[in-house]
Design a protein around this ligand. Structure first.
Ligand code: UDP
Ligand code: MG
Length: 308
């Protein structure tokens, strides 16, 4: 019987692992005649009792495995570790907080059998989410889809069912800066989406705040587009053209009217303006250099302390 690996990154999820397993094992029973399940939990340096809970469930259920990191490496690292450890013919990634409904799995598997390589899930609304977060999320998808060649679907979750071939392709990307939303889409294959209404987490709280999401979205841009660099070039070119015109104007004014030097205010504004643009462009270039830097160091994406 084909094996389905379920990869679950966990950060401070002591309260959600039991409800998650319960809900998923119900689906496992329903699908017992088609698939055999394997669970891979990744404890991403949780500060609560997540590891103890994982040890306990791994003792109880032979199909449950876990990998525990030496510290918090971030969800991307957890996803990578889980996908690398998964042995299944089909692999799915799920959040531990039940925001990814396991009841969709039979439907998703059905679509795989119809010939799709990837069945993703999309939430059609963002009910229960702070409006400001939804606003910036929408803005992010609009912007990144205009500047990046890799399409990122608004509302698409990391919850997706993939064939072994797709996962192997994802793992063949050796980059250290991993932006999974982009990587999942970049590898291609035949993808379809199942839609569902947003769920709130069963327990615990989201580990993302405004600034971590902002950093995450900047990562998305730097990893999947070089448009910011082109924008810097364009700003530079425009301000160069503009300054040539200004010089011409000043020279002509001097020749015709012999105007004496006047106005330090305008001079200071111009210096500040140009200085600001230069710093902005340097900052953009700096972001890319920082990525090259972390990429060339070739540090491992995560370090495992314990696994079973
Ligand atoms: N997560 C993780 N490492 C982190 C942050 C989050 O493994 O540093 C996991 C978390 O345990 C959950 C999933 O990533 O299973 C999604 O996190 P969360 O629910 O906090 O995000 P949200 O649903 O609010 O986007
Ligand atoms: Mg969540």
């Amino acid at each position: 019987m084909p094996v389905l690996s379920i990869v679950v990154p966990c950060y401070n999820e002591e309260e959600t692992i039991h409800p998650f397993l319960e809900a998923t094992q119900k689906v496992e029973k329903d699908m017992a005649n088609q698939l055999s399940f394997e669970y891979i939990f990744v404890n991403d340096g949780s500060k609560d009792k997540t590891l103890e809970v994982l040890r306990e469930v791994a003792d109880r259920y032979p199909k449950v495995h876990y990998i525990s990191f030496s510290r918090n490496f971030g969800k991307e690292a957890g996803l990578l570790a889980g996908l690398e450890a998964a042995t299944g013919d089909f692999i799915t990634v799920m959040d531990a907080d039940l925001q990814d409904p396991p009841e969709l799995l039979p439907n998703m598997y059905q679509k795989i059998q119809e010939g799709y390589d990837v069945v993703g899930t999309r939430r059609t609304d963002r009910k229960g989410e702070p409006p400001i977060r939804s606003f910036f999320a929408k803005l992010f998808y609009k912007l990144i889809n205009t500047v990046s060649d890799t399409e990122m679907v608004d509302g698409a979750r990391d919850f997706r069912l993939m064939t072994r071939q797709v996962v192997d392709s994802i793992l063949s990307l050796e980059e250290v800066n991993r932006f999974s939303k982009g990587i999942f889409s970049w590898v291609g294959f035949d993808v379809t989406y199942i839609e569902f209404e947003n769920r709130e987490r069963v327990a615990g709280e989201s580990s993302w705040n405004f600034f971590s999401l902002l950093r995450y979205s900047i990562d998305g841009f730097v990893n999947f587009s070089d448009m910011p660099l082109s924008i810097a070039t364009w700003i530079g070119t425009l301000s160069f053209v503009f300054s040539c015109l200004a010089i011409l104007f000043i020279v002509i004014r001097k020749l015709i009217w012999n105007d004496p030097v006047s106005g330090w205010a305008s001079t200071v504004s111009i210096i500040l303006f140009i200085g600001g643009i230069q710093l902005l462009c340097l900052g953009i270039i700096g972001k890319y250099i920082a990525k090259i830097f972390t990429e060339t160091k070739k540090r491992p994406v995560y370090i495992v302390k314990e696994k079973r």
